[in-house]
Write a protein that binds this ligand. Structure first.
Ligand SMILES: *[C@@H]1O[C@H](CO)[C@@H](O)[C@H](O)[C@H]1NC(C)=O
Ligand SMILES: *[C@@H]1O[C@H](CO)[C@@H](O)[C@H](O)[C@H]1NC(C)=O
Ligand SMILES: *[C@@H]1O[C@H](CO)[C@@H](O)[C@H](O)[C@H]1NC(C)=O
Ligand SMILES: *[C@@H]1O[C@H](CO)[C@@H](O)[C@H](O)[C@H]1NC(C)=O
Ligand SMILES: *[C@@H]1O[C@H](CO)[C@@H](O)[C@H](O)[C@H]1NC(C)=O
Ligand SMILES: *[C@@H]1O[C@H](CO)[C@@H](O)[C@H](O)[C@H]1NC(C)=O
Ligand SMILES: *[C@@H]1O[C@H](CO)[C@@H](O)[C@H](O)[C@H]1NC(C)=O
Ligand SMILES: *[C@@H]1O[C@H](CO)[C@@H](O)[C@H](O)[C@H]1NC(C)=O
Length: 329
């Protein structure tokens, strides 16, 4: 794969001069590089920026002295895309138009996850407008899940709670019948979002490889992602076209059932919806003012940790985007 050679050139666009030490997690390393103080609150801010960008596409360049963020276009998973020539559109899994969510029953139910402001609060670095919605639950669970997956050392505090969701991502996604292009599109957006915040290519590659092996293969063996939960089934890609995982255990997985279209009307609690109006789609189109993360602390002392490279950032980033794309092709 040409990835490694391209990645070396792309590393120019990284925010961190030095390579991440092996004993420092991706979360801790980039929280320190971006916001100086490796606190739970700052880790939460970084995960919010990352996940919101994965969901709605690039919407902000944080205003942090000394750091020039690269220009990387991230479509976001709510926007349609193409993976290897296959069209992907994940919106119907989020807007309540498919009965594809696992609420604990034996079949999928329709849930509108864009029921609390859609993209607008995400563009303000928030999960949702309120704190009782499906949208709030989904987004905060994503921050928590990726925080654990990326090794946030301070997670578990009030400012950044431990993962509150179901540990088995197979259980969470099993009524979605997601295929290889669909899960790959999600991972591709994670890689692009990370690149847009200056994460170095070797770190993006490592994260993408883990996400691919654990979630984008069918029949995966029980794997511990949330350490306290122990090994549980994690395959999100479950259709026949998904590559088979190493040490596969296909008999542990139920037969794949395609989700049906929901046909009810939107209920007041937003659980069952037919063709509910959603405001989620689009990749951050309303280009208002760029919000900046409210990093507690980080009073602008540009120290060596952020000795970023404005040098030829534009060129570096085109290469970075290409490298991310090439990696997934
Ligand atoms: C990581 O390793 C370096 C050098 O071996 C050491 O100085 C540093 O204290 C270690 N950091 C942690 C968090 O263990
Ligand atoms: C997203 O990134 C692309 C490439 O840098 C840029 O052209 C576009 O304006 C950005 N979109 C937003 C909403 O910031
Ligand atoms: C597969 O199982 C073998 C034997 O238990 C183990 O050594 C190996 O690490 C496993 N591979 C993966 C990818 O889990
Ligand atoms: C849609 O309506 C049909 C007929 O009322 C019903 O059988 C089916 O279960 C409904 N589907 C969903 C996903 O609600
Ligand atoms: C939400 O609406 C669904 C469908 O009408 C219903 O089954 C569920 O009990 C409701 N939940 C709450 C918390 O009201
Ligand atoms: C949903 O609503 C839109 C806009 O009103 C309409 O174009 C579309 O056909 C509807 N889809 C379904 C499945 O009813
Ligand atoms: C880092 O966090 C500590 C503890 O919350 C605080 O005392 C200190 O002022 C913070 N430093 C910066 C640079 O924000
Ligand atoms: C894209 O196509 C290549 C070559 O056929 C294949 O190796 C790769 O797995 C495909 N990737 C996806 C995400 O479909």
């Amino acid at each position: 794969m040409r990835f490694s050679t391209i990645a070396a050139a792309a590393a120019v666009a990284s925010i961190a001069e030095a390579q991440r030490p092996a004993n420092t997690s991706v979360c801790d390393y980039y929280t320190t590089a971006l916001l100086k103080n490796n606190t739970a609150a700052n880790q939460y801010t970084v995960l919010t920026l990352l996940v919101n960008t994965v969901v709605i596409g690039n919407y902000t360049k944080p205003n942090i002295p000394g750091i020039t963020f690269p220009d990387v276009a991230v479509p976001g998973i709510l926007a349609p895309g193409t993976v290897n020539g296959t069209k992907v559109n994940l919106l119907s899994f989020f807007d309540g138009s498919l009965a594809s969510s696992n609420r604990g029953g034996s079949s999928g139910v329709a849930v509108n996850f864009l029921d609390d402001g859609g993209a607008a609060p995400l563009m303000k670095n928030l999960p949702s407008n309120g704190q009782t919605s499906n949208q709030y639950k989904l987004l905060t669970h994503l921050y928590q899940f990726f925080g654990t997956a990326l090794g946030c050392s301070q997670q578990g505090m009030t400012a950044f709670p431990a993962y509150q969701g179901v540990a088995s991502q197979y259980q969470v996604h099993k009524f979605m019948a997601l295929n290889y292009a669909e899960v790959s599109y999600f991972i591709q957006n994670v890689g692009l979002a990370a690149a847009s915040f200056g994460v170095a290519m070797p770190d993006i590659q490592a994260v993408a490889t883990t996400l691919t092996n654990v979630f984008d293969k069918r029949c995966g063996p029980p794997t511990a992602v949330i350490p306290s939960a122990g090994p549980v089934l994690q395959s999100i890609c479950i259709t026949e076209d998904c590559p088979e995982a190493a040490n596969s255990t296909c008999s542990s997985y139920a037969a794949v059932v395609q989700p049906s279209a929901a046909n009810g009307t939107m209920s007041s609690n937003g659980t069952s919806s037919g063709n509910g109006s959603t405001s989620g789609g689009g990749s951050g189109t309303s280009g208002g003012s760029s919000p900046t993360p409210t990093s507690s602390g980080s009073s602008g002392s540009s120290s060596s940790t952020t000795g970023a490279a404005p040098r030829n950032a534009a060129a570096g980033v085109t290469v970075a985007a290409l490298a991310v794309a090439a990696f997934f092709l």
